[in-house]
Write a protein that binds this ligand. Structure first.
Ligand code: ADP
Ligand code: ZN
Length: 616
């Protein structure tokens, strides 16, 4: 494993589907009917006169009577069913022939039938209860049978405590929505002058960077109500439900105008129409059409409803959504840069007790972290510090927290054989040494063979500053470092493990991008990768490939050439410094983790700037 500081996207979770519950209920009912019929199958219907004869003939064993309905058993075990005239003569006859008779009041007759309905009733009540639970989701009013009602959560102005003070960085976004806030505060002022205000604002950016936060802060600043719903909440299996939920949402919103409707994950409904496997998706299309109709439908006089939507896939959205009068303003909410990270840390550290910390340094060492990641970092650090019984959170806990967030928790229980350990040590030492020897890499951070998450070990570099592009030398260096693990294993054990697969994948990806997108090969500066990724169809199935078979072959050759050159360069470097590799691996086996500062001393290398959060 060779790690360049990255992040993990969070996936939205989805609860169990109500449909399953319904299916289970139907299954229960059908099962019961089968059972009920099988129990009642062996019954013989007899006439009243036959029954009298049978009693006289002494062949009747017992009887159950309920009004005029009677069931009983013959002495040979057969069951019969009949209607009787309850005369004295019958009772006498029964008595003389010693037939065991039980009499029941009327209700007993169809107890079995009733049981079914009682069960069904209980089931329906459970179902309704379940639907209510899942729809109320923490807020909103209680709604029974509200399948077609929107699941939006409603926040009244006095419950919104978020303002722009809580949104760090994102200066452009805040400025871009300033006029919307003004409009929401005094809509009549705007309509009087005939000014047009955007109906919809699209916030784009990776998860955790504060899209929801910004939308809510707009409501907080304007002191107006806020409806929040996720695009996936509209989409159900039943056709038409989504559309009716959209209608319901906007009807509610108009009643509370001026207000904000926030639709998270708009791509769930707003994907381009008419494409995808097996034709279109009727339900989603209807929902989208309804949304477009609603947005077209309201004028500023009718109701000041501003729709703010969020997505991290603006590329897949239906173009109709982006037309004037709909989401005609797009605001990017990017990953925070160095200054913004420091500000975000400042916002979230307010309630945490710290000791000797340097937020600037933490910001420097967390390139690629989202706002939510930073919030999480502070929380993890605070947890670790309190577990350790500290008075305040110190720098070293931020270091531990960062490891945990980037790589998952340490796995202390995994059992290594000596051989595995040596193998992993040489693998990681190979990555680390190449990282240290090549000038175009990010500064080496640390190397460890403590297994974390799914990795057995990590050699780790961290960028010293935020990077917006990489040059050819840096990309080549990254590929070479990727080969370090494989080379370490081959040079010392004459074999290789499956642990190299991830490294090879990474290396190949970089090489291919260099050839196809960056024009960094003998194929020349041409983009062979511009065909937009179709969200539904796998890449290889697209017929939009814009180059010939021959070019495809040349691309492969160029990729092979880059990979081959990098491999040889790495091999040559490690051969030259074989003793250093052996020493680093040996140290790793002993200490399991080696920090940059130690490595520079150990291997006698000139140190480079790093961002280790050490306590001052
Ligand atoms: P998104 O909607 O983009 O997925 P959220 O708005 O839900 O992201 O952000 C998740 C959390 O991360 C927020 O509740 C907030 O605590 C924190 N956060 C993200 N960006 C910022 C920021 N710019 N300033 C302060 N906190 C932020
Ligand atoms: Zn590796």
């Amino acid at each position: 494993m060779n790690k360049n500081n990255g992040f993990r996207p969070k996936l939205p979770g989805r609860g169990p589907n109500a449909l399953w519950l319904l299916l289970a209920l139907v299954g229960l009912g059908v099962g019961y009917l089968f059972w009920y019929n099988s129990v009642n199958r062996e019954v013989e219907s007899v006439s009243f006169s036959k029954l009298l004869t049978a009693i006289e003939a002494d062949t009747v064993d017992s009887m159950i009577v309920q009004g005029q309905h009677a069931q009983g058993k013959f002495k040979d075990g057969k069951v019969f069913d009949t209607y009787i005239v309850p005369t004295n003569q019958l009772w006498d006859s029964l008595k003389t022939h010693k037939v065991d008779v039980e009499i029941y009041p009327m209700e007993k007759e169809s107890w079995g039938g009733y049981a079914f309905f009682i069960l069904l009733f209980i089931g329906i009540m459970l179902f309704v209860f379940y639907m209510r639970q899942s729809q109320n989701g923490g807020g909103g009013s209680s709604k029974i049978f509200s399948v077609g009602k929107s699941k939006a959560r409603f926040f009244s102005p006095n419950t919104i405590t978020v303002t722009f003070k809580d949104v760090a960085g994102n200066q452009e976004a805040k400025e871009d929505v300033q006029d919307i806030i003004e409009f929401l505060k005094r809509p009549e002022h705007f309509s009087r002058l005939g000014a047009k205000i955007p109906r919809g604002v699209l916030l784009t950016g990776a998860p955790g960077n504060g899209k929801t936060l910004i939308a809510k802060a707009v409501a907080g600043e304007a002191n107006c109500p806020f409806f929040s719903i996720s695009g996936s909440d509209f989409v159900e299996v039943f056709v038409g439900v989504g559309a009716s939920r959209v209608r319901d949402l906007f009807a509610q919103a108009r009643r509370h105008s001026p207000c904000i409707v926030f639709i998270d994950e708009i791509d769930a409904v707003g994907r381009q129409r008419g494409i995808g496997m097996g034709g279109g998706n009727d339900e989603r299309e209807q929902t989208l059409n309804q949304l477009l109709a609603e947005m077209d439908g309201f004028s500023t006089e009718q109701g000041a409803v501003i729709v703010i939507a969020a997505t991290n896939r603006p590329d897949v959205l239906d173009k109709a959504l982006l037309r004037p009068g709909r989401f005609d303003r797009t605001i990017e909410v990017p990953y925070p840069d160095l200054t913004s990270r420091e500000e975000i840390l400042n916002v979230h550290i307010r309630n945490v007790k710290c000791k000797d910390i340097d937020l600037h340094k933490i910001a420097q060492g967390t390139a690629g972290f989202s706002g939510a990641d930073l919030e999480n970092l502070i929380n993890e650090a605070a947890l670790l510090a309190s577990k350790a019984g500290e008075e305040g959170v110190m720098m070293k806990y931020f270091e531990l927290a960062r490891d945990k967030i980037l790589l998952g928790a340490e796995r202390k229980t995994i059992i290594f054989t000596e051989k595995d350990k040596a193998m992993t040590a040489h693998h990681e030492a190979g990555h680390a040494l190449l990282n240290l020897l090549l000038p175009d890499t990010d500064p080496f951070h640390k190397v460890t063979i403590v297994p974390r998450g799914r990795t057995l070990g990590v050699s780790w570099s961290l960028p010293i500053r935020d990077k917006y592009s990489q040059n050819k030398e840096e990309l080549v260096a990254r590929i070479i470092v990727c080969f370090g693990g494989l080379l370490g294993e081959r040079m010392f054990f004459n074999t290789q493990t499956s642990g190299c697969s991830n490294d090879l994948e990474q290396a190949t990806k970089i090489a291919r991008t260099m050839v196809c997108r960056y024009g960094m090969s003998d194929l020349g500066p041409i983009d062979y990768d511009s065909s937009q990724e179709n969200p539904y169809v796998g890449r290889d199935m697209q017929n939009g490939r814009e180059f010939s078979e021959r070019t495809a072959q040349r691309i492969d050759e160029e990729v092979e050439k880059i990979m081959g050159d990098c491999y040889r360069k790495g091999e040559q470097l490690l051969q030259e410094h074989r003793d250093k590799l052996a020493l680093l691996a040996k140290t790793l086996i002993e200490k399991e983790t080696v920090q940059a500062a130690e490595v520079y001393v150990l291997l006698d290398l000139p140190p480079r700037e790093t961002h280790v959060f050490e306590s001052k």
